[in-house]
Design a protein around this ligand. Structure first.
Ligand code: ADP
Ligand code: MG
Length: 728
């Protein structure tokens, strides 16, 4: 029996599941399982509703006195929807989400039970923090951690459970998750951007960051998946020869979506809409069996939660349709990996998109200020931004020969480049005049419409301006977007704060406001020049050029994490009150440990597969060949028999040599691990895993992939690339 052939047969037999669309229109079932405004209004007393919306809209403090009333309203709504449990839903430093479900049930004091859910349970809980990574925070500080409700992200229902989005922090206030620092970063950028907006009119009271992510993923049939221990354990194939056909025909992208996948997508979208995730686009991606889903952009914190929720939902719905979803950034060698473009922008409570060119010269100046200060933030912290998207898994896309390169640069397009150039190079007298009646005259040309059409999109840029937003393309498909969003928003907050203090200094010296704005912006256009790159980001020339410009070009994942502890980074995080040095140190420890563990697991699986799957199969085939040679010699005699079986003899030899190399490779891999495991310091250990363990796996894989081509197809036990990628 060969598991592979069984799996292939099972997979090919599968039919698309029928998915029944709800009778109502999407606009009617959108947010069905979300405790949104409409439900708050229905289930909460009027004064409680008013107080709660004030907390949500204006960030006022949550008054404990309303918590009980809110909890009662939520419970009533939940029970009407068949809910029996509740959980605090949070985002620990492991990727993914965590939850611990408790039933609503409590003793009623009369020997029976009642459904109970108090304000106290809604607002705060104590999950067993010791099972989540904290980078030693719990050793040095108070041992416990608690989760606290984030009222700005609505409560929702998954199956029979009421899920309450929460932050997760230690008793001494250190963040143990992604959400707490994200909320702080969003607050920082809100304050900084609102302050800068005051130069252009005082009606802006708040600014918020928007995020629209584009989730790429692969689907693999669940039976084939089950026959690949590497996919199960590590999320990627550790071996597997390229299939003769992969993406070279470009026929998958925008091709028609396969039927089974189509019904999976339909099911997923209905459930996502019910959870309030505004799904909009779906299509095939470049590689076979690779797809993408993108919602309409939302406020950044909500968008991050929705992405986390969508990733868990995808896994669940995929299983129902006989698929496994692969979120790993590089599940297959030799074909495109998966990313998650983060479309990011800032907008005001008065409805202005700050990265959208305006109509008047002053509006255009505001636009230029926000563009340039964003570039300043990205320039100053380019190494840190890269660190924010680095991981053991995403490193396969970044450092390698695939987009984007392990260098952060920004693309703004020709029109905008020309405009910035014009502002920097023009004589100030031509650019700016104070005229008696007309007030300020600015020679800042309008941005032409075509810019908004993105005609000159540069697909190789990791950070690109796309008309009314920036697109951070280096984020990994599996990542929590919060990591990148924490750094980006904080960096821009710092740049805007810095900008304002320099403009204010000039104004207080008596310079006219617009003139001061122009002076500082001209200086910053110049300073941030090195981050601009409009050329081909994949080229070797760019790597050399970027080094010359002083951009960070480190590609070793554990070394990239060092950027979090640079003086400039600590200064930025502490100055913007996003993360303290203590928190940064602790979080880096977690990053290094996670890196080490991931490579460790891969190395173990690689060793096991090589010894238990590959070598037995290759030696088996070798013996078949040897028997054939023997019987041929028996039939034809020594001379002729040898001549007729010369190909087999050559094969036997090649297999033997490759087997040998695999065996030595696995031995060396184990030894490299042993040496690395003795290292105490988490950074040094991670670096050792990167430098000495990971490369060994490549060598072993190289031999195995060659053997896959030599050995009889009938004997090969692991589903091959062509099966994983084309059966659906
Ligand atoms: P692409 O052409 O890059 O694949 P998509 O339409 O698939 O574009 O996705 C673009 C994403 O960017 C969507 O989530 C969209 O809502 C989002 N987006 C559009 N405008 C903005 C904006 N101003 N700020 C943030 N996100 C935006
Ligand atoms: Mg995009």
């Amino acid at each position: 029996m060969n598991l592979r052939f069984d799996a292939v047969a099972e997979a090919s037999r599968k039919k698309p599941l029928e998915v029944k669309a709800p009778a109502e229109r999407p606009s009617e079932y959108f947010g069905k399982y979300v405790f949104n405004r409409a439900k708050m209004y229905k289930y909460l007393p009027a004064d409680v509703f008013t107080k709660l919306t004030d907390v949500i809209d204006n960030g006022t403090h949550l008054d404990r006195s309303i918590a009980d009333a809110v909890a009662t309203g939520m419970k009533q709504w939940a029970i009407e929807n068949g809910v029996t449990h509740y959980t605090h839903w949070f985002q620990p430093l492991t990727e993914g989400t965590a939850e611990k479900h408790d039933a609503f049930i409590e003793h009623d004091g009369k020997g029976g039970m009642i459904e109970e859910f108090s304000g106290k349970l809604l607002v705060q809980q104590e999950p067993d923090a010791s099972s989540f990574p904290s980078g030693g925070i719990r050793n040095t500080f108070e041992a416990r951690g608690y989760s606290a409700w984030d009222p700005t992200s609505p409560v929702f229902i998954m199956d029979d459970t009421l899920c309450i989005p929460t932050i997760f922090i230690s008793y001494t206030g250190e963040a143990l998750d992604y959400k707490a620092p994200l909320l702080r970063a969003l607050h920082a950028v809100n304050v900084a951007a609102t302050n800068v907006c005051q130069y252009f009119g005082s009606d802006v009271k708040q600014c918020h960051a928007n995020l629209g992510w584009e989730q790429e993923y692969f689907l693999v049939d669940s039976d084939l998946f089950a026959a690949r221990p590497d996919l199960i354990m590590t999320g990627r194939t550790l071996m597997g020869h390229n299939s003769a056909k992969n993406q070279q025909m470009d026929d998958h992208y925008f091709g028609s979506i396969p039927e089974r996948v189509q019904s999976f997508m339909k099911d997923l979208e209905i459930q996502a809409l019910e959870l309030g995730i505004p799904c909009k686009t779906r299509h095939n991606e470049v590689a076979p069996n690779q797809f993408e889903l993108a919602p309409i952009f939302e406020e950044c914190n909500l968008a991050v939660d929705h992405n986390m929720l969508l990733m868990s939902l995808m896994k669940k719905v995929a299983r129902k349709h006989g698929f496994q979803v692969l979120l790993h950034e590089k599940p297959f060698d030799g074909i495109n990996g998966s990313g998650k473009h983060n479309n990011w922008s800032l907008s005001t409570d008065t409805g202005i998109l700050l990265y959208k060119p305006g109509k008047t010269p002053m509006e255009n100046l505001r636009f230029v200020v926000f563009i340039v200060e964003t570039l300043m933030g990205v320039y100053k912290h380019n190494g840190l931004l890269k660190a924010s998207i680095m991981s053991a898994t995403n490193a396969h896309r970044l450092g390698a020969n695939e987009a984007p390169p392990a260098i952060i640069s920004a693309f703004v397009g020709k029109q905008l480049s020309d405009l910035l150039n014009h502002i920097e190079k023009s004589d100030k007298k031509d650019l700016f005049k104070l005229e008696g009646k007309e007030g300020v005259i600015l020679d800042i040309p309008e941005i032409p419409e075509i810019l908004k059409d993105n005609t000159d999109r540069n697909r190789t840029s990791p950070f690109a301006f796309t008309g009314n937003r920036f697109e951070f393309r280096a984020v990994g498909s599996e990542a929590n977007c919060a990591s990148a969003m924490i750094v980006l928003n904080t960096a821009v907050a710092e740049a805007l704060t810095n900008f304002k203090s320099r403009v204010d200094a000039l104004i207080s010296k008596g310079e006219e406001k617009t003139s001061a704005l122009i002076d500082v912006i001209r200086e910053d256009i110049k300073t941030s020049t090195p981050i601009h790159f409009e050329g081909n980001g994949y080229s070797d020339e760019w790597i050399a050029e970027a080094k010359k410009r002083g951009l960070d070009s480190e590609s070793s994942c554990p070394v990239c994490f060092d950027r979090y502890l640079d003086a400039d980074s600590i200064h930025m995080f502490e100055g913007q009150k996003v993360l303290s040095q203590n928190e940064l140190t602790a979080r880096n420890e977690v990053k290094w440990e996670t890196y080490t563990k991931k490579i460790q697991i891969e190395a173990r699986v690689m060793g096991d597969l090589a010894m238990n799957h590959i070598l037995p199969v290759t030696t088996h085939y070798q013996s078949q060949l040897a028997r054939n040679v023997q019987s041929m010699i028996e039939i034809f005699g020594r001379e002729e028999g040898k001549e007729l079986t010369s190909r087999n003899v050559k094969l036997i030899k090649e297999i033997a040599e490759r087997n040998q190399k695999i065996e030595t490779g696995v031995e060396e891999l184990i030894n490299a691990r042993k040496v690395a495991n003795k290292i105490e310091d988490p950074r040094t250990k991670a670096v050792a895993y990167h430098d000495t363990v990971a490369p060994k796996m490549e060598e072993i894989r190289y031999q195995i992939d060659h053997l896959e081509l030599l050995v009889s197809d009938e004997l090969w036990t692991l589903p091959k690339y062509r099966e994983l990628l084309f059966i659906r």
